[in-house]
Design a protein around this ligand. Structure first.
Ligand code: PMP
Length: 430
């Protein structure tokens, strides 16, 4: 509509350009309800991509709790109020035993920056291993450990010298596949550590997503994190699990991503879903690691741990529990994955369906042998899906993977609608 286009022009004029909208001609969204968004003309779109609103859009119970808290009190954690103790306790009780201490911040990037500072302070060393193809945030330190070329084509040219990217343990299109993938990728870590040590350095830590989100939801090779955590700890380094995207129930079968690898990290970062769209992030760690930051002074975040943020966090957890959203992520996710795999039997462009729960990636290839990425096709398929009322975006270094990360309240009918629409696009052409 002309008014919507005029608004888009206004946005282009005053809203800085690097903050992109995925679509060239996006619908103007006005309202959200559970897994659906509605544009100004009342047309419904199924939101299959927003990995932040885990409860779904427009949750009245959350809105009511936030409104009540806003009206009563909002301040910062230098003051004494109940919510900060209650929420910290609750977060710590979700983490494995021993990870009993919580910092509250406002975003995933801040959580990752803080986790890195903790690793530096506790180990006394700055060198950090991170995985190629990873994304961990946009602040200076979280961006430094992000090597995803899709997010920043110059990522590898601009690393500070404390960042040591290691071979992406991608079992689908990486260097090592099949039975010996774990050994090959662990060897790459051993080699990288040797490189650091031969240059006279010592390791401070290792950061990774426990299921490889940016590469399209690819599980790490079996046993990979167990081996890598051991190598890192033998050298006094700390192991950071970035659970901003993969954690908090999205995998359905597990609450945390690292459970899938049978490891317990030293530091966990969380954000995104834990606030259902309200800016909220956290670092969960062991007491002595948290305390090591005191060497650098105290830590303070003006809004991290505010009463409103804490009430948001607790209400999100209450609703997740009462609506059994992790269970739904498992059951609806399994159902959806089976439907997508069935499409793979019929359409050769489907290279693989990665992931589990409602953390799925459908990878399009031009050739199943060479795995040539079907990048343009993926973009065209996303545009066709929008015409059919589905919001979807590409992910992965080649932008050839459908990023399937809907709200965890996704109903089976909505999962089927998505699979039906995808089937239609793949049958009719794009
Ligand atoms: N870590 C991971 C794994 C992420 O996916 C993201 C966000 N996409 C971040 C960190 C950064 O979070 P935020 O955008 O809240 O700063």
């Amino acid at each position: 509509a002309p008014e919507s286009h005029a608004l888009l022009e206004r946005r282009k004029k005053s809203f800085a350009k690097p903050q992109k909208n995925y679509y060239a001609d996006p619908p103007q969204i006005e309202r959200g309800w559970r897994e659906h968004l509605f544009d100004v003309n009342g047309r419904a779109y199924l939101d299959m991509v927003n990995n932040v609103t885990i409860l779904g859009h427009g949750n009245p119970r959350l809105a009511e709790a936030v409104g009540r808290q806003w009206a009563m009190l909002n301040t910062n954690s230098r003051f004494h109020y109940a919510a900060v103790a209650e929420f910290s306790d609750r977060l710590a009780s979700l983490a494995p035993e021993g990870l009993d201490t919580v910092f509250l911040v406002n975003s995933g990037s801040e959580a990752v920056d803080l986790a890195l500072r903790l690793a530096w302070a506790h180990s006394g060393h700055r060198n950090i291993l991170s995985l190629l193809e990873a994304y961990h945030g946009w602040t200076v330190a979280s961006d430094a450990v992000s090597t995803s070329l899709a997010d920043n084509p110059r990522a590898l040219e601009t690393r500070p010298d404390w960042v040591h990217p290691v071979l992406s343990p991608n079992t689908y299109r990486g260097k090592h596949r099949g039975e010996d993938a774990t050994d090959g990728y662990v060897q790459a870590v051993i080699d990288k550590i040797a490189e650091i040590e031969n240059a006279g350095g010592q390791l401070g830590g290792f950061i990774a997503e426990s299921v490889y989100g940016n590469a399209g939801g690819i599980p790490l090779p079996p046993g990979y994190l167990q081996e890598v955590y051991k190598l890192v700890r033998e050298r006094g380094g700390l192991c950071i699990a970035d659970e901003v995207q993969v954690g908090y129930g999205r995998l359905g079968h597990h609450f945390w991503g690292f459970e899938q690898q049978g490891v317990v990290p030293d530091i966990i970062t969380v954000a995104k879903g834990m606030g259902n769209g309200h800016p909220l992030g956290a670092v969960i760690t062991r007491r002595e690691i948290a305390d090591s930051l005191e060497k650098e002074g105290y830590f303070f975040s003006s809004s991290g741990g505010s009463p409103v943020s804490c009430v948001v966090g607790m209400t999100v957890l209450d609703i997740m529990r009462d609506e059994k959203l992790q269970l739904n992520a498992r059951d609806t996710g399994d159902h959806l994955k089976a439907r997508l795999e069935a499409l793979g039997q019929r359409f050769p462009i489907v290279g693989a369906v990665h992931g589990m729960g409602l953390y799925l990636g459908l990878e399009f290839v031009r050739d199943r042998e060479t795995l040539e990425p079907a990048t343009e096709e993926t973009s065209a398929i996303c545009d066709r899906l929008l015409d059919l009322g589905v919001i979807m975006q590409p992910t992965g270094d080649h932008l050839n993977v459908l990023k399937i990360k809907p709200p965890l309240c996704l109903g089976k009918e909505s999962a089927d609608f998505f699979a039906d629409m995808l089937e239609k696009v793949l049958s009719d052409g794009w």
